[in-house]
Design a protein around this ligand. Structure first.
Ligand code: NAD
Length: 435
């Protein structure tokens, strides 16, 4: 099958690589020329575990190509995936669909034979209807179906999730389009759930799912606050809760609040849709407000830890919004750092993968270290903000020698509290008091 993918970002690129690996001919188009130049030159533009090998293999065998020409991606395609960004509108916080409608307008003129146009981007209910009308108005002869094919991959696990999806949701009433998608995902037959629903249900499933997961994170963070007051340990509580199949153990790690390119914007977009529909979704509204407060609380804890130290140096481990990715978009670590900078903090940071992306956002407002120990050298407090595995294996004895003041704020519960105390650290973590 020939597949055209519009948008070569965190979704479009792994999806393109995955579909090429399944044997399809994939043409990825992006309007950012530098991105396409890099990809054409064999240079990956994002970090994802396992992506490099499959990218190299499928570009070498010619099944995966890159272009800035919309015509090359669309002409003759059986399937077009729209994977452009849907950022929050700066004022209303609803999903801003300008990239979606621009892509739909640009692709319309190149449609020749019957084509299925699928939105992989996360879009509000009714967007499929609008895309359909837009394309018809631009190209009266076009034969096509617009379907919703929401993406559920997790950044950091994009390749794994492409080949092992929990479910594939397809929103369409067209049998012809449904058959094409069945054909596309034939290699996954019997290995995953394929759910065919209406386009509007499919669009809602994506937002309702993300908002639910965000709520789960916020819930355990509130329970963590309670545990700190009540003498319980949130890790034990989460474990006990998670053993209940109805609850499940994922998204129950207490921390610094949810972030990333999806949860913040998708909760805001879902809340907006609820309000517009005259049925505000109070749980989501509370989740958004509570998550914002969470990051402020974390910054306050850091400021409190250094308040009596003149010219305190703060070491930060972790900048990406979670481990396994270089993505710093809406990273809670970034928000906490911004709050600290507003208080003139002196920060040195290290992240195993996200130094480049963080530097694009923060520039020289903070200093960057080559490794985790260099970041901690002469620091007065070490703050752990992203759950990279390598942090949990830190040499605490060495760290104790390096730091000026031995204070650790382990906001991801990565270290062994007893060990930290043994090496003389003043140690705080999330959701339990450490003596
Ligand atoms: P991204 O910003 O990484 O990539 C989007 C790409 O689209 C950019 O490279 C941009 O240049 C390109 N683009 C925009 N308009 C274009 C046009 N007219 N023609 C060609 N290229 C164009 O975004 P992303 O993180 O991949 O997210 C894309 C969509 O997928 C969003 O709606 C997002 O909510 C959704 N989603 C993201 C994830 C994730 O983990 N990132 C997961 C599930 C769903």
């Amino acid at each position: 099958m020939k597949v055209g993918i519009i948008g070569t970002g965190y979704v479009g690129l792994p999806t393109g690589v995955g579909l090429a690996e399944l044997g399809n001919t994939v043409v990825c188009v992006d309007k950012i020329k530098e991105k396409i130049d890099d990809l054409k030159a064999g240079k990956l533009t994002i970090y994802e575990d396992g992506l490099a090998e499959l990218f190299a293999k499928n570009t070498a065998n010619g099944r995966l190509t890159f272009t800035t020409s919309m015509r090359k991606a669309i002409e003759g395609a059986d399937l077009v995936l729209i994977a452009v960004g849907t950022p929050p509108h700066p004022v209303t916080h609803e999903a801003d669909l300008k990239y979606i409608y621009a892509a739909a307008t640009e692709l319309a003129e190149y449609l020749t034979d019957y084509t299925v146009i699928a939105t992989k981007s996360t879009v509000p209910v009714g967007t499929g209807d609008n895309i359909e009308q837009l394309i018809t108005s631009k190209n009266k002869m076009a034969r096509f179906d617009v379907i919703s094919l929401p993406e559920f991959l997790r950044e950091g696990f994009a390749v794994h999730d492409f080949f092992n999806p929990d479910r594939i949701v397809v929103g369409t009433n067209s049998e012809k389009a449904a058959n094409l998608i069945k054909e596309l995902y034939k290699p996954f037959e019997g290995k995953t759930n394929m759910l065919f629903v209406s386009r509007r249900s499919s669009e809602t499933i994506k937002y309702a799912s993300n908002a639910f997961l965000a709520m789960k994170i916020h819930y355990i963070n509130e329970i963590a606050n309670f545990c700190e007051k009540s003498g319980a340990d949130v890790s034990e509580v989460a474990k006990g809760m998670g053993l209940d199949n109805r609850i499940g153990n994922r998204f129950l790690n207490a921390g610094i609040g949810f972030g990333g390119s999806c949860f913040p914007k998708d909760t805001m977009a879902m809340a907006f849709m609820g309000r517009m529909a005259g049925t505000p979704i109070e749980l989501i509204e509370a989740t958004i407000a509570g998550n914002n407060k969470r990051k402020e609380q974390m910054a306050e804890r850091v400021l409190k830890a250094v308040k009596d130290i003149p010219n305190a140096k703060i070491a930060v481990w972790g900048l990406a919004f979670k481990d396994g990715t270089d993505d710093c978009r809406q990273s809670p670590a970034m928000d906490i750092i911004a709050e600290l900078l507003a208080h003139k903090a002196d920060i040195v940071a290290y992240d195993p993968k996200a130094m480049g992306t963080a530097c694009q956002l923060l520039g020289d407002k903070i200093a960057y270290a080559d490794d985790m120990y260099s970041a901690a050298k002469d620091a007065d407090v070490l703050v752990i903000l992203t759950e990279w595995k390598e942090f949990s294996g830190a040499d605490l004895s060495g760290l104790a020698q390096l730091m000026r003041n031995k204070k650790i704020l382990d906001f991801r519960n990565m270290l062994n509290p007893k060990e930290a105390i043994k090496f003389g650290f003043e140690y705080q973590c999330i959701g339990k008091t450490v003596e």
